[in-house]
Design a protein around this ligand. Sequence first.
Ligand code: BES
Ligand code: ZN
Length: 591
Amino acid sequence: MTYIEEPHSYAKPNKAVITHLDLDINVDFETEIISGSASYLITNNDASEIILDSKFLDIEKVQADGKDTNFTLGDFDEILGNPLTISIKKDTKQITVFYKTTNKTEALQWLKPQQTADKKAPFLFTQGQAILTRTWIPIQDSPQIRLTYNAKVQVPAQLMAVMSAENPKEKTPDGVYHFKMKQPISPYLIAIAVGDIAYNPISNRTGIYAEPSLLDKAVYEFSDMENMVASAEKLYGKYAWEQFDVIVLPPSFPFGGMENPRLTFATPTVITGDKSLTSLIAHELAHSWSGNLVTNATWDDFWLNEGFTVYFEMRIMEALYGKDRANMLARIGRQDLEEELEGFKDAPEDTKLKLDLKGRNPDDGMNSIAYDKGYLFLRTLEESVGREKFDAFLKSYFQSHAFSTTNTEKFIDYLNENLLDKNGITFNTAEWIYEPGLPENQAIIVSDKFEKVEKTVQDFVKTNTIDQAITTGWTPQEWVHFVRNFPEDMSVEQIKTLDKTFNLTNSSNSYIAMVWYEQAINHDYHGNNIDKNIEVFLTQVGRRWYVSTIYKAFKNNNKTDEALAIYKYARKNYHSVTANTIDDMLGYNPE
Ligand code: BES
Ligand code: ZN
């Protein structure tokens, strides 16, 4: 295969490329350091050197085919780290790097017992996407690379280790774990978690890892996992990874979920007791096709991962729970998109699906545009060609590109050839993908339930009263939509009335709480001890989307000082990806 130039990796894979990793590491919670060796089988096109990506790693020694060899660490770049250039011979087949992580590592978050659910044992997890794997393993860290891996991992004896690979179901007596990922995956999908965790199956191919006190709740919450896999397979073909497990991480996990193959990493904030936020699982499962099986070649093509995944997520939700639920979710995404477009009104280039992130952190492109504009494009396409043709097309797209990467240009060619030209359909694909903003032709997403919710907001604003019978039986999505659509000039008295009636300040649903806190800040509401709740939430939860929404509300209302007062001590509980985002937003300099 030929690799295309991409701006976020130093590797030159057309010359020499890694194909398999043998990782042998020790996880030390005392020093908070991972140390050991990464050994690679390589495909060598007569090269005299091979270049890996590395960032904040201590490189001790490098070998080529078992003999010490020269290496250099090139200049440090804030975003990319250093190129690790290793001398090899034309016939070198294997290289080994002996290394240690440092306390600057960005992928790893080391947690003290107090930062976990059970507060008994420390915890470690990694986050590789987009370009953080290089901060815990020296590697060719481009999504175009695919490799299989084996790992031997030593952890403290009372803890269990799990990876994006075949996993143990029980602890070992000596804390040594062996892993095997036999399907080739991209480096950003290599992941490990270590903690006092246990396993409970849901079906013979799905199950949950969690800290003991959370395990039963998580199994109940995600009891539909097998049904999700079955309905996903019915839509777009066989699940390729054999096992689909979820690990529930401590609340500082910076994302809702991360689609690490065979083992999705998930935030505990979706465990609500009522299964209302499980579309997150459908989303991460969908990545088993869009993203993990067919991977974006560069981070400029991120929408190929996320837009397709949101589309697939909605289809799984529709298949299992019906159109009403799927359309509510789609409408929430539609509003997110509207708000993101508004936020980017001075940077229209960033609202294109195909991005140009050269010289920038790929994280800059990881916003609602890829997700929700990507979704709207695919849904509009579906409605133009008809569902039957569209489904057949998607199924063949996943099948024909399985275990490979693709970029936007290749996707467009494939789309023209296999769907549009074939059926004599014209569609403004280029406008959707290469132009900022939104084209005129957009699927209209209708939700009767949300229209009723909007009417309820309007009636309340006019009358100051709300008939509780109307809200009885509302799903959390309806509550979220209700709260997000308060008019700007709603009075603080009205906010107070709503809180007296519904006690939203103490909502046990993290999503409702988050949007309610945002409105409380917007409307300067301080009743019901809400300031304390906001502070506790920001201190315990590290999910970037949630906390950045709340800090942004402070900032937009000229309350940056209040935000900083909380952030200064909450920050130590955040993973680097969340801390970086909030540092930038609040202009905070940790040094
Ligand atoms: N792959 C993403 C998370 C991600 C994106 C990590 C960019 C690093 C860089 C994951 O699948 C995701 O989209 N998570 C969402 C879930 C939601 C859309 C259901 C999240 O974390 O909120
Ligand atoms: Zn995703």
